[in-house]
Design a protein around this ligand. Structure first.
Ligand SMILES: [Zn+2]
Length: 288
């Protein structure tokens, strides 16, 4: 068992480690579904983000960490009438944070919004048309496969899609992408996976709470913040390129980004219908 698997899999006496169960499911998926075999889950970390039931927002997101820094740039605002630059940000580059687990680089984070994801159901989803005669909780399995399939098989990044005519698609989702996910979900279910691996998906948040006592997920120290692309001002700032660049400067750096994290920064939190609480002041590693 590698460090990432160990950190993800630790149990919690007070309830279910939901992200741990998602990680275990993913490990079964990449073994049983040939189209997902290219994924090295030793470089993928699953974590929880807050998301309330009944509010808009994604159920899950695939975040790529392995992208190079962007070219330097800045944002600016112009006066519509005169065209004059009225203000701009500093020059900045966008960088990916560095996340390691057991000393090994993590290339992708996959976040799940809790408790919102737990209540995802085919009954309220446009996916329903794809899954006639399938239990409603399969909507969640579809989302898990969907996020894994975003991992680009060829290079660090989010999978580049192609249009039917073979040209690259500017979109990260196409009808072919959704159809491929459905066929992988069906292939997985047809492979007769251990029902114990899927059991946790069959309950909504209230059902999980009643059955297990509570729902927890792995989060980063600094919650609800998590490592994500961040902006860094260039030092020194390049000389102005055009007149007006002496316009008032706005900072380009928002908040206090998490630029790096290790397994010591992972913490297990319990999620409620609203809000969450840190389960122990120690890290997930110590709680294992
Ligand atoms: Zn997507």
């Amino acid at each position: 068992m590698d460090e990432l698997e160990r950190v993800s899999a630790h149990t919690w006496a007070g309830g279910i480690n939901y992200t741990g169960h998602l990680t275990r499911l993913m490990r079964d998926l990449v073994v049983r579904v040939p189209e997902l075999r290219y994924i090295d889950l030793g470089r993928v970390l699953v974590f929880a983000r807050p998301g309330r039931v009944g509010t808009d927002g994604p159920h899950a997101t695939c975040h790529c960490l392995g992208l190079p820094a962007s070219d330097p740039g800045y944002y600016f605002w112009r006066d519509l009438q005169t065209g004059r630059l009225t203000r701009r940000t500093e020059w900045f580059v966008e960088r990916s944070p560095e996340v390691t687990c057991g000393g090994r680089a993590v290339d992708y984070l996959i976040s799940f919004a809790l408790p919102r994801f737990c209540n995802q159901s085919l009954e309220r989803s446009p996916k329903r048309a794809w899954y006639p005669g399938v239990p409603p909780w399969v909507a969640k399995l579809d989302t898990v496969v969907h996020e894994l399939y975003h991992i680009d098989p060829a290079q660090p990044g989010i999978r580049q899609l192609v249009r039917p005519d073979g040209r690259p698609s500017p979109r990260s989702h196409t009808p072919e992408f959704y159809a491929a996910v459905v066929s992988m979900v069906r292939a997985y279910l047809d492979s007769h996976p251990d029902p114990a691996v899927l059991e946790f998906l069959q309950h909504d948040f209230d059902g999980l709470t009643a059955r297990y006592g509570g729902v927890a997920g792995l989060t980063f120290r600094g919650f609800p913040a998590y490592p994500r692309r961040y902006r860094e001002a260039l030092v020194p700032q390049p000389a102005p390129l055009e007149t007006g660049e002496e316009a008032p400067l706005h900072s380009c750096v928002g908040g206090d980004p998490i630029k790096s994290a290790t397994d010591d920064d992972l913490q297990l939190r319990q999620f409620f219908a609203t809000g969450s609480r840190l389960l122990a002041p120690q890290t997930a590693r110590e709680a294992a």
